[in-house]
Design a protein around this ligand. Structure first.
Ligand SMILES: [Zn+2]
Length: 94
């Protein structure tokens, strides 16, 4: 039973992620943020990993990164993504 619930949660996470992506390209930033917030909540509750998505949203304000609302700096050991909404820096690959 628990495994089943986890599977459903995983599916919902994938769905919410798709929605967030779509909404962010349609300038529906607030809706996208809500989707990300729900997604993270689900992941926490069901102990699911959303590591693969971590470079796609801001950990601090749940902003979904698009081409215009962030910038990337390549460092020697990691990639730094700066969020334009809250200036939070996500470091990938260290
Ligand atoms: Zn942010």
């Amino acid at each position: 039973m628990a495994a089943q619930t986890k599977k459903i949660a995983q599916k919902r996470i994938e769905y919410l992620y798709e929605l967030a992506k779509r909404w962010s390209t349609q300038q529906r930033t607030r809706d996208a943020k809500t989707a990300i917030r729900h997604m993270r909540k689900l992941a926490t509750k069901h102990l699911l990993s959303i590591r693969t998505y971590k470079r796609d949203y801001c950990k601090n304000c749940n902003n979904v990164f698009t081409a215009t609302n962030m910038h990337v700096r390549i460092k020697k050991k990691y990639r730094a993504i700066t969020c334009h909404e809250c200036s939070w820096i996500t470091r990938i690959g260290h």
